[in-house]
Design a protein around this ligand. Sequence first.
Ligand code: MN
Length: 296
Amino acid sequence: MTRLATIADAQGPRVGAVLEEGRVLDLCAAGLAAAADMVGLIEAGPEAWAQAKRLAAQPPPGAVLPLVAVRLLAPIPRPRRNVFCVGRNYMDHVAEGDRTRGITQSEVPKYPQFFTKAPDCVIGPEETIPPHAGVTRWLDYEVELALVIGREGRDIPRERALDHVFGWTIGNDVTGRDLQRRHGQWFKGKSLDRSCPLGPWIVPADELDALATGIRLWVNGEKRQDSHTSKMIFDVKEIIHQLSLGFTLKPGDVVLTGTPEGVGYAMQPPRTLQPGDVVECEIDGIGRLRNRVAEG
Ligand code: MN
């Protein structure tokens, strides 16, 4: 499996391929000029993507570094546009949210509920999430499959949707629940600084059946979310189709596809994220994204 990461050291950020046994291939050093940054590599097109894969499969020894010599940033450290998100996209999550409002008979949403997070909410693996104490009393987590757009398109038909995907990664849609509810529009509760952990890398679109894979989250080692992407109400193809109606999706756009049940505010009693908590998000075939809530 190819794992495309944004790596950084004293030479600055660039794209690498994370290899087995604690090694990483510096794709720039391996001669792939487009690998200076992830969006540049995506925009370079399928020929460059294929070259990245070939190099990762047969890494030139002179361009391989120990993984500990670099830091992994978010695969797209600063998206050019807002991170596009889908709310209420797993039925058991819709139902648990409804229960917190006393609704016991949940209706299946008829259309995807789109909202966004600001681009500079994005942080990378192992970076800290601020507790935002004093702003929200109800910080929560949401593990989500994230897709990265590879090819520009508008009015993309469902059956062509996957042709527009560059790859898959993991997102954590960190949310201030009280703000989300108080402001009606979700933007305020969803767009706190550093509230969008993303990573640890991108797996190319054709290397994972992301429409049918396991998705999980732990807080301090306690499993809170455990589901399967096949349970999405609107699958990845439908999300791309509907989001692109009259709206051009561009290379490097990031789309979070919704979270399954098990969020903290719907637990009995509710559990909020606390300073020092470690949140681990996992998707089978991609890997694990870990972040800690900062102490202050
Ligand atoms: Mn979400």
